[in-house]
Design a protein around this ligand. Sequence first.
Ligand SMILES: [Zn+2]
Length: 96
Amino acid sequence: MPIHVGIVCESCERVYFIARTDRIEFLAETGEYQLVCPAPCGVSRRFDKQRLAPFSVKTPHYSRGYANRGEYELVRTPAGYTNTVDGNTGPFSASL
Ligand SMILES: [Zn+2]
């Protein structure tokens, strides 16, 4: 399956893909991102980019901007991994 960069909502375990969703907002003042998970979850939290991680996901799920639990796999990668699909660079934390 293709690999895309996203953040998992720790409450409902849905993954949002940063390049495809409007549920993730970059906060310029703090340099953090804010994830707002819609109802019925309703959790809002801030995270820094180190928390972004690569996920293996089918294209239809990526295209809609999120994948539910069971629709994705967290890809464990070594530090320094570069995701050429989304154009993001830099090490990803594998400690999600
Ligand atoms: Zn959620």
